[in-house]
Design a protein around this ligand. Structure first.
Ligand code: APR
Length: 246
């Protein structure tokens, strides 16, 4: 199956990849669903929706503090590096990601569309001040919820999309444009249950793209795929990159 995926990517003229939390699992960042997923421990509506955040920012920050410790120290894994190498070799046009950890950019991917925003910065909703997420993490031991150093407000929110918030318009429009032009759509490490992100591969299929799914577990889109590989992205992607000479 890896050979078939490599053959499709080697002959593609406009291959696009959609990634999810699974591509960062081997960097130590827990996924949301599947074995050990964050949402097996917490109710996302209670800890990661815009309504729950505005009602009680501490409910969000208590979970984000735990996840931030791991995410802020995480390094790209071989899967991220393989995708960056494929792009550099001209086999991949862009990375569309649901992840907010920034690891694609750290590994060298150049065209990265962040559908769910970036966890690298935090904005005060009251005065608009932006600061690095790492600076806020450092205060969480003594400030829960964290306070804005500029106005003292307690509605500091990472620049990520919470449940109930719209996705960034530019990002979703660019992602759908890429999907419409794609001749190969690769999906890596996503359960493909969150929309409209999961619409991206559907738009690609409707435009005639061949779908490749690489995921540790079956997904609802396996049935539409030309190639399905149930495996770890940190192992499968480097093998594909090697086969296509990336
Ligand atoms: N390699 C490949 N796939 C993996 C690996 C791995 N090493 N480890 C886990 N997976 C798979 C899991 O089996 C799961 O199907 O990655 C998938 C991750 O799915 P989710 O945790 O649902 O992540 P994602 O699809 O990105 O979630 C979408 O939901 O909660 C929101 O905003 C959050 O962006 C996230 C969105």
């Amino acid at each position: 199956m890896v050979e078939r995926a490599a053959a499709l990517l080697a002959t593609a003229h406009h291959a696009v990849v959609l990634t999810g939390a699974g591509v960062s699992a081997e960097s130590g960042i827990p996924t949301f669903r599947g074995e050990g997923g964050l949402w097996t421990k917490y109710d996302p509506v209670k800890v990661s929706s815009i309504d729950s955040f505005l009602a009680d920012p501490a409910s969000y920050w208590r979970v984000s503090k735990e996840r931030g410790t791991v995410a802020l120290s995480a390094r790209p894994n071989a899967g991220h590096d393989a995708l960056a190498a494929m792009e550099a070799a001209g086999h991949l046009v862009a990375v569309v990601t649901q992840n907010t950890d920034g690891l694609h950019q750290v590994s060298g991917s150049r065209r990265v569309i962040e559908l769910h925003g970036s966890g690298r910065t935090v904005r005060c909703l009251e005065c608009g001040k932006l600061e690095p997420r790492a600076d806020v993490q450092a205060r969480l031991e003594v400030e829960m919820p964290p306070r804005c150093p500029n106005c003292g407000g307690t509605f500091l929110k990472p620049t990520v999309v919470l449940f109930g918030e719209p996705m960034p318009t530019d990002a979703i429009n660019e992602a759908f444009d890429l999907a419409r032009q794609a001749d190969v759509m690769l999906v890596v490490g996503s359960s493909l249950v969150v929309y409209p992100a999961a619409d991206v591969p559907l738009v690609a299929i409707r435009s005639g793209a061949r779908l490749i799914v690489i995921n540790a577990e079956p997904t609802p889109f396996d049935r539409f795929a030309a190639v399905v590989i149930h495996g770890r992205s940190g192992e499968v992607l480097p093998e594909i990159a090697r086969l296509i000479g990336a």
